[in-house]
Write a protein that binds this ligand. Sequence first.
Ligand code: FE2
Length: 281
Amino acid sequence: MFSKFQKATDKAMVFLQRKALSTLYIPKRKLHMAMNTPTPKVQLLYDLCKSTFTPSGFSSASSQPVHKLCSLLDTFGPADVGLKEESPDDDQGHGFFGLNRVTRWSQPITFLDIYECDSFTICIFCFPTSLVIPLHDHPGMTVFSKVLYGSLHVKAYDWVEPACIKESRQPGYPQVRLARLAVDKVLTAPCSTSVLFPKTGGNLHCFTAITPCAVLDVLAPPYREDIGRRCTYYMDYPYSTFGNGAQISSGKEEEYAWLAETPPDDLYMRQEAYIGPAIQI
Ligand SMILES: [Fe+2]
């Protein structure tokens, strides 16, 4: 009898405890602390971005926030954002011989939006081999890029200031503006985070996937067409194409290019849902 009563009491206690727990709101971060599990890196990234950026840029003029963000991003691998590394042999998981040549090369770039607000965007681009994001700019923006896996060729320019512009003499040809090469290298994971600023570090860049690869990007502030932060695409021409007219040192021609605005190619991109660790906002 006692044992029956005891069992009933125990059951009632368990029920009441569960009921109490179910109505008790515990923020995810505190839950992680209580359970002694580390806070997901993507949460730390969100928290740091939130305290670093405002809708018009950095909340402080110090270079400290850039270093902090780079240090954190440097530690990211694919698993931290719910990705599995693609190897060159199983590009997009189809295998080298798993698809015919046409299908294999027609895999899109996958875009994963992790978080976006007026101050910053956190997102991921997953590239199959050989796909390209053409030369484009980031007006007034700072962009942090961390290659999570694979190899990516980056070519990036900054505008020569003051602006050096050549009007075309032939109708139908656009004007060109002089830019200086800032980056021309292959980034292979694991590697450190790259940063471009509004006027330095290669604000206009082009990405070409050497192998299947993924890039985690933080853009601050995000693109916003209604206030002039729109993405413009460019073609680059060797310095010699448009001859002299710019005061550059002799022998340095290779470091310069003329950029002409071009309509965006049909970028072969598909958006997918982010399935990595959730962010507590
Ligand atoms: Fe970009």
